[in-house]
Design a protein. Structure first.
Length: 279
């Protein structure tokens, strides 16, 4: 009886917690019209803006600029660098000692690295010159920014998924040791999952904004254009991530709410049945 009463109490707590989360979200929207307006603008950017169209002459000029670089030479330099690095690692002795032959291999590796870095920097400059002819707000620039965002977003979700799996494992072990009820375990796991995905999304946002600066520089944009693009990209990112997190939180709260209601109802029915039997 005591265990069932405790489960009923836990289910009621879960019910109240999920209800409070939903009410907080609704009140937050009502009290922040400017933020909601900025959010709508961000969503519209995500859905409607794909970048300025580039004509055939711009596309051909960009492609010619890219094709003008000798990528075979860069690839060969990379192969030579890998071979020189392996030769240097193989020539090292115990406890990272390095004799005359090892020193010679190291010098060859450094020369190969210098040549490869020089060619890579030249390729980057050539590509940057081509991008500057298109413009940061072109469809190519927007597509590159979106590709970068989806990459960082997937990495953030991957981190959260892996962390949640580990939390589920260790929480399950701890729950068995304490003879914890399944209701309490699932509630703690859901809260841990929400926390992990929040951290993962925040990390994805920070890394995206950090890498976005490099993308803006690669287009050789002016300060005003670069700042405008950065601000609009950040606004669209925040709007999308806020939408995703709100949906995630509501789904979590809804699952907790429905599960708590069903469980509490079943437990009360069982308790009433037990009381009638005792009488």
């Amino acid at each position: 009886m005591a265990d069932r009463d405790r489960q009923v109490f836990q289910a009621d707590d879960m019910h109240r917690a999920s209800t409070v989360m939903i009410k907080i979200g609704v009140e937050t929207v009502k009290k922040n019209p400017l933020k909601v307006g900025a959010y709508i603008v961000g969503i519209l950017i995500c859905l409607l803006f794909n970048g300025w169209k580039i004509d055939d002459s711009q596309r051909n000029a960009y492609q010619q600029r890219i094709d003008s670089f000798d990528y075979v030479k860069l690839q060969e330099a990379g192969i030579i660098l890998d071979r020189a690095t392996n030769d240097y690692q193989d020539s090292r002795g115990f406890f990272f000692s390095c004799d005359a032959i090892c020193s010679m291999k190291k010098e060859e590796m450094e020369e190969a690295k210098l040549r490869y870095n020089t060619l890579a920097a030249e390729e980057e400059r050539n590509r940057s010159e081509g991008k500057s002819q298109l413009g940061l707000f072109s469809e190519v620039g927007v597509a590159e920014t979106r590709e970068l965002f989806w990459l960082r977003f997937a990495q953030g979700k991957g981190f959260a998924t892996r962390q949640t799996k580990w939390d589920a494992l260790f929480m399950g072990i701890g729950a068995m040791g304490r003879d914890e009820s399944i209701v309490s375990y699932l509630f703690r796991l859901l809260m841990s999952m929400a926390f992990n995905f929040t951290i993962g999304v925040i990390g994805a946002a920070v890394t995206f904004l950090f890498n976005l600066v490099s993308v803006i520089r690669s287009y050789q944009a002016s300060i005003i254009v670069g700042f405008t693009f950065f601000a609009l990209s950040a606004l669209a990112m925040i709007a999308f991530l806020a939408t995703w997190l709100i949906g995630f939180y509501l789904a979590t709260a809804g699952a907790v709410y429905v599960g708590a209601k069903v469980l509490a109802t079943n437990l009360r029915i069982q308790n009433n049945s037990d009381h009638r039997r005792v009488r």
